[in-house]
Design a protein around this ligand. Structure first.
Ligand SMILES: *Cc1c(COP(=O)(O)O)cnc(C)c1O
Length: 583
């Protein structure tokens, strides 16, 4: 990158040529902005925030993903909350830079050509991290192969395996064609595990079997992050399909490294087996994963969010004034303890107004600015139990009668094939109907990055009610905390670390029992949250401020990427070129 692209006023930062990138970060989805619809949810958001912080820290990182010309999907909800889907239409050439390089790979007995698009992610210091998005829609490919990179998490198992061949093996080949020689390959979840095969092939003489030493050499280059304890989140392909897609030589190689046993290929197993460093995404998730994969020694690096991107405009102004330098050095947010409560209240009011305006524009419903507003947005899938708040409408009615008005703003897409998830959305919409005149409930169509930001910053309380221990981390509550919005959540994932009861927010239930989560939720709302919100404004504001100081300062991707680079990549402090404070 050129020196003249540096931000005016920033101190001189050593600039790295992107072709010198040492770490290649592979992810099935990456979320950077809504105009680049190559993501479905949390995994993509984490990947995007990871790359942004890597750019802020001027780390030698390069990202690899697929381009998805039909995106994930556009969500449509009918009046009873039934979801239908349509493809996203967007043009890569409008938002990405085309590259001339082409690589080809063998897949299902055919040669498939792959091109790449590029997006440069510019960090605080002016350094840039490139993201490459692979694409098979080339005239020279067979019609069936042109659509391999058409849609994220759509199609059958063969389609998915083709995508993963393009991501893992195609991505590796493309990096080579672009002149990169990474020393570390970071697999963000198992979809990219096939890259390990490519690394192995590069070491072996044609036809020879890998020795322990070869396996070790590949492991030394690889880092694997697992993102979910839910079995369906781990790709598994039947052996017959693997053999027909990868061919006899590569299938043999899989057997030789000890995968493709028991009739299937488990992509998580492959990735972990060939990585020297494997981690879960919160302390609890690390623990749970060590039980699931006892032979691996899974560590944990707790997720975060990119603070600069997720703080609402009003909070950004407040932090700029009171905590200068916070964008590049997120731990300065701990000094939010000194922010004037009236200023925080005013900033939050502005975010809440934006939420109210958004709801008004998209549904016509007028929310009340002074009513306790619960935000509740996440992928609609059964383990997230998004409808738990609506399991006892009588208790919600009683709450409103005792303390004052309550309103709930919900959003979230159900994966297209997930009937249980779709039923959850319909259940929330039906509950809203039954609560008409008592509690205002809105379900906003088309959960997106911009909507997430408005919701996380503008709600008064952020609610999360997953079934333990399935929430590996969760990141929307971190976005809320950064904006001074405390969470009311089940003690799972990040919240086990982030919750200090009555200080940064509130737990639903406790660590030890798996009791009735619904009644624990109502108890906490009735006995603690609503009374505080309506009767002790000062105490509520102190909790809001603590959420920023104690959680915003830690659950960010600046801290997370530093952890990866020191413990997973083995970079030294010299490889970090931290931006100057206040630049
Ligand atoms: C942050 C975010 C998520 C992930 O939220 P969780 O709390 O981890 O479920 C999903 N989708 C979008 C659009 C987001 O911004």
């Amino acid at each position: 990158m050129d020196g003249d692209r540096h931000q005016a006023g920033a101190q001189v930062t050593p600039v790295r040529l992107t072709s010198g990138a040492k770490i290649a970060f592979f992810s099935m989805e990456v979320a950077l902005d809504d105009a680049l619809p190559t993501f479905a949810g949390g995994l993509g958001v984490l990947a995007g925030d990871f790359l942004r912080s890597a750019a802020d820290l001027a780390l030698p990182v390069v990202g690899v993903t697929l381009v998805y010309r039909h995106g994930y999907f556009i969500q449509h909800l009918d009046t009873s909350g039934r979801q239908s889907e349509s493809p996203v239409s967007w043009s890569p050439q409008d938002v990405l830079e085309p590259l001339p390089e082409r690589v080809s790979l063998e897949m299902s007995g055919r040669v498939v050509n792959v091109r790449a698009w590029r997006r440069l992610i510019r960090g605080q210091s002016g350094a840039e991290v490139p993201l490459y998005l692979l694409d098979t829609d080339l005239a020279e490919n067979a019609a069936g192969d042109r659509t391999v990179t058409d849609q994220l998490y759509a199609g059958g198992q063969e389609h998915r395996l083709h995508q993963e061949v393009v991501l893992g093996l195609g991505g590796l080949a493309m990096l080579g064609a672009l002149g990169y020689e990474p020393v570390t390959f970071h697999m963000n979840e198992g979809h990219c595990s096939l890259l390990t095969l490519g690394l192995m092939e590069a070491l072996l003489a044609p036809g020879s079997a890998p020795s322990e030493k070869d396996i070790d050499a590949v492991r030394k280059q690889c880092v694997f992050t697992t993102h979910t304890p839910v079995p369906a989140g781990h790709d598994r392909f039947p052996e017959g399909l693997v053999r027909s897609v990868l061919g006899p030589r590569r299938s043999e190689l899989l057997s030789q490294v000890g995968t493709l046993t028991s009739g299937s290929l488990n992509m998580t197993d492959l990735g972990m087996r060939l990585s020297d460093f494997t981690n879960g995404v919160s302390l609890r998730h690390g623990e749970v994963s060590r039980t699931t994969f006892p032979e691996v020694g899974v560590r944990s690096i707790t997720n975060g969010v990119h603070a600069d991107s997720w703080a609402g405009a009003a909070l950004q102004r407040l932090f700029d004034r009171d905590l200068p330098g916070w964008r590049a050095q997120n731990d300065l947010l701990r000094y939010a303890t000194g922010i004037d409560l009236a200023d925080l209240e005013e900033a939050h009011r502005e975010c809440k107004t934006e939420l109210i305006d958004t709801v008004q524009r998209s549904t016509g419903l007028a929310l009340e600015p002074d009513a306790l507003t619960i935000g509740l947005a996440r992928r609609a899938t059964p383990y997230k139990r998004t409808a738990l708040l609506f399991s006892n409408l009588e208790r919600l009615r009683a709450l409103v009668e005792t303390y004052g008005p309550l309103q709930v703003v919900c959003s979230g897409k159900a994966p297209p094939g997930d009937e249980g998830g779709k039923a959850l959305i319909a259940e929330i919409v039906a509950a809203g109907e039954r609560l008409r005149g008592v509690v205002k409930v809105v379900f906003l169509e088309g959960y997106s990055l911009s909507l997430a930001k408005v919701l996380c910053a503008g709600s008064d309380v952020w609610l999360n009610t997953p079934a333990k221990p399935n929430e590996a981390s969760g990141t929307s509550g971190m976005k809320a905390a950064l904006n001074g919005v405390p969470s009311l959540s089940i003690l799972d994932g990040w919240w086990i670390e982030g919750c200090i009861e009555g200080i940064t927010g509130w737990a639903i239930g406790d660590h030890t029992t798996d009791g009735d989560d619904a009644s624990a939720l109502y108890d906490k709302l009735e006995q603690v949250v609503a009374p505080l919100f309506y009767r002790d404004r000062h105490a509520f504001l102190v909790i809001m401020r603590n959420a920023i100081a104690l959680n915003g300062s830690f659950f960010n991707t600046e801290r997370m990427v530093r952890e990866y680079s020191l413990s997973a990549y083995g970079l030294t402090a010299n490889d970090h070129t931290c931006s100057p404070v206040g630049a």
